[in-house]
Ligand binder design. Structure first.
Ligand code: PLP
Length: 268
């Protein structure tokens, strides 16, 4: 028998193409040495070309999955990915409270405010954005939006470091403890600069931009690597640094699969 590993819970959707969503989260948890727990929120029909549809899981079934694993196995850190509807977001907000997950709670909670796929296919019903702002962000230990999600949540179109700082402040107003504004989608920039801010401490992460079209699942992989390191007991800045190192390697090793966008790679 081996020692029981730490556990990380992902509350997210399934990607039938295996590049993003719960599949990316589970393999990242495995690669980072933590046991992955899952609460499935939606089943997407997708491949490398796009998402052709999704069906959401009934909110009470999402709650039951969270309760079941939290009450028996214990959760050392949790994250959200695709949440699909306002009803699921409300269910998740109550279930994480009950499981002592969230800022000012015992268990760290990472919110990846997934709104659309990289092809622009919606993964969140339009009316659910307000539920992310008001019900989920106040509970987040860390919220980690990309620049499209920053625009949707705050109305700020980030074009430079000054905008990133403003956006981070606007996001902090919704109540999370830390904000990570991911600059990876800033076009024309030769570096990938992310800003981590809690209202007092600012940490910038400056990494290389790899010239690859195959970045499917990158956001999920970063958020789950951060969550895995939080589960292992790291503080937020150290967990983000470790997560960044992990995702850089996954992007550097990404591969083609199908006719469209291939996944970031867990093989290294
Ligand atoms: N599908 C699911 C189930 C996801 O959770 C996500 C992202 O969180 C995506 C697709 C989108 O991934 P990408 O932005 O790489 O297209």
């Amino acid at each position: 028998m081996t020692a029981t590993p730490r556990t990380a819970l992902t509350i997210a959707g399934s990607d039938s193409g295996g590049g993003a969503g719960i599949q990316a989260d589970l393999r990242t948890f495995f690669a980072c040495g933590v046991h992955g727990l899952t609460a499935l929120t939606a089943v997407t029909v997708q491949n490398s070309v796009g998402v052709s549809g999704f069906t959401e899981i009934p909110p009470e079934v999402v709650t039951a999955q969270i309760d079941a694993v939290a009450n028996d196995m214990g959760v050392d850190a949790a994250k959200t990915g695709m949440l699909a509807t306002a009803e699921i977001i409300s269910a998740v907000a109550s279930a994480v409270d009950a499981a002592d997950i969230g800022r000012n709670r015992r268990i760290p909670f990472v919110v990846d405010p997934v709104a659309a796929s990289m092809h622009g296919d919606p993964l969140l019903r339009a009316e659910a954005l307000e539920a992310i702002r008001t019900e989920l962000l106040p509970k987040a230990t860390l919220v980690a939006p990309n620049l499209d999600e920053v625009r949707l949540l705050t109305g700020i179109d980030v074009r430079n470091a000054e905008d990133s700082r403003k956006a981070a402040e606007a996001l902090l107003d919704f109540g999370p403890q830390w904000v990570l504004v991911k600059g990876g989608h800033l076009s024309g920039d030769s570096r990938c600069v992310d800003l981590l801010f809690d209202g007092t401490h600012i940490v910038t992460f400056d990494g290389p931009r790899y010239d690859t079209p195959h970045t499917h699942g990158g956001g999920d992989t970063l958020a789950s690597a951060i969550t895995a390191h939080l589960a292992k007991g790291l503080g937020v800045p150290d967990a983000v640094a470790a997560g960044k190192k992990f995702i850089e390697r996954c992007v550097a090793e990404s591969y083609a699969l199908g006719a469209g966008v291939g996944p970031v790679s867990p093989f290294w």
